[in-house]
Design a protein around this ligand. Structure first.
Ligand code: 4AZ
Length: 477
């Protein structure tokens, strides 16, 4: 996860342990509910253990609707839906309990702004569960909850902070009071950790009772008139059960709307770890058009022209089983703009399409070319993030007739890509008629031009050259 400091240890453990090693993950970060005891059996039918496909528990969660499980984003950030499963009404991790139900996950929805905040995720189950879901707190409920109110948190995490062999086998529970929000902010502030209004803290001033590693994603709830209401998702803390550093939980009431949106298919599905280790780059990503959108778009400005526009079409295949939703379109790059946007926040039915325009306007500099990137966030299970790389080339960058300067090729990094063409044959301007370099260097004249033969005009040439170039630019899907 992306948090710093106390998140550091968490991030390290989480990031370094691959999805397949989910069972070993808990062992690597031993801590469970601290200062509590075994929960009574058959009391929390909505309690969920999130596991690898090999059955190893790595996070808690809760059933909030027949087909929906709530957990922490940092629990599933590095997971794919196919790589995990959940056991609902789990109690004893060492055996199959009466009434427990293990189901597959069909999609993971991570909060789109998840980072140092918004540690929330939803898992959609492949089939419905017959267990009774837990109720969730809304803001009115929270407003009526006083500091010091008795809350409970449960899980299979470590029982001794730092002791990796202390993970619980049977579900543990501990009562922790709601901690004053301002005090929590102040205390964590000393560690440079921001406690936002999307978080809620629980624990004793003196420490001793807390959730811990392995409890993440599980619930913080209150008993209210004979029923239980979940108000937090176990998220992080400065160590466990430490005085002045209560456990920090995602404030569920801050996400009532997000939960509705995710259930409505308006949040892009999480694609799991990125190829090559999750840093966003991938060499073997699809370079083909995705849902009608090309991996790159070249916009050419003929000499004297000030802007160029292209219309792109996003298509929901006729074979699709659901509407295609684009929740967000973001465009970066100087001089590029998006207009006539008929796609963002629209439901595109199967067999239908939507359109939008991308324009490049030369920003009155003598820029020869520009690069940008258009990203679409969609609800498509395989294409939740579509990236179109944008390239613009200014006609003024070309010599009047049919020459393309070698400088452009250098700027575009084309020469380094091995597409040297005649640039390599151009003199470097030292006027040695024997072809040698007066200064002994191998540099080429940046102002030299490539003469383009016959019908192959500069635009076509650059289009051809940008094709492999763009292909190497890590278009991601
Ligand atoms: C964890 O790493 C974790 N003391 C969970 C809860 C707390 C700390 C760490 C709260 O999963």
């Amino acid at each position: 996860m992306k948090k710093t400091l106390l998140f550091g240890a968490l991030a390290l453990a989480q990031a370094s342990i691959p999805a397949q090693a989910a069972d070993t993950w808990l062992n690597a970060r031993e801590h469970r509910i601290i200062g509590g005891g075994a929960a009574p059996t058959a009391t929390y039918p909505w309690m969920v253990s999130v596991k690898g496909k090999d059955g190893g528990h790595f996070c808690g969660a809760s059933l909030i609707d027949t087909q929906w499980v709530l957990t922490a984003a940092h629990c599933v950030e590095e997971e794919s839906a196919a790589g995990i499963q959940v056991t609902i009404a789990e109690y004893d991790q060492s055996k199959a309990d009466d009434g427990e139900q293990t189901l597959d996950v069909s999609a993971i929805y991570l909060h789109q702004q998840y980072g140092d905040d918004h540690d929330i995720a939803l898992l959609k189950l492949s089939t419905v569960s017959d267990k009774t879901p837990v109720a969730l707190a809304d803001s009115t409920f929270m407003a009526n909850l006083a500091s010091g109110a008795e809350l409970t948190t449960i899980g299979w995490g470590l029982t001794k902070d730092g002791d990796n062999s202390s993970a619980a086998t049977v579900l543990q529970q501990v009562n922790v009071p709601l901690y004053d929000q301002a005090q929590c902010k102040t205390n964590y502030g000393t560690l440079n950790i921001a406690i936002t209004d999307n978080m809620v803290c629980a624990g004793l001033e003196a420490g001793g009772k807390d959730s811990c590693q392995g409890d993440s994603g599980g619930p913080l709830f209150v008993r209210s008139g004979g029923s239980m209401v979940q108000l937090g998702i176990t998220s992080f803390g400065e160590a466990c059960a430490k005085a002045k550093f209560p456990g920090v939980y995602t404030r569920v009431a801050a996400y009532s709307d997000w939960i509705i949106k995710a259930k409505n298919g308006e949040v892009p599905a999480h694609q799991g770890p990125k190829p090559g280790g999750g840093n966003g780059s991938c060499d073997d990503c699809n370079e083909e058009a995705v849902l009608g959108l090309p991996p790159y778009l070249d916009l050419y400005l003929a000499a004297g022209e000030t802007q160029a526009t292209d219309t792109l079409t996003l298509t929901n295949p006729a074979t699709a089983s659901a509407n295609l939703m684009v929740s967000e379109m973001t465009l970066v790059g100087d001089g590029f703009t998006l207009s006539d946007n008929g796609c963002e926040n629209q439901a595109v039915e199967p067999g239908k399409d939507c359109r939008f325009k991308v324009t490049y306007k030369n920003p009155a500099s003598n820029a020869t070319y520009a690069e940008g990137e258009l990203t679409l966030a969609t609800n498509h299970s395989q294409h939740s993030r579509i990236v179109v790389e944008l390239f613009a080339l200014n006609g003024d960058a070309f010599d009047e007739g049919d020459g393309v300067t070698c400088a452009i090729f250098d700027d575009l990094n084309i020469r380094q890509q091995g597409l040297t063409l005649d640039c390599e044959d151009q003199p470097d301007g030292d006027n040695n008629s024997d072809g040698s370099d007066a200064d002994g260097s191998d540099e080429k004249d940046p102002d030299a031009t490539i003469t383009v033969a016959g019908a192959l005009n500069p635009w076509m040439l650059l289009g051809l050259m940008l094709l492999p170039l763009a292909g190497r630019r890590n278009a991601q899907y």
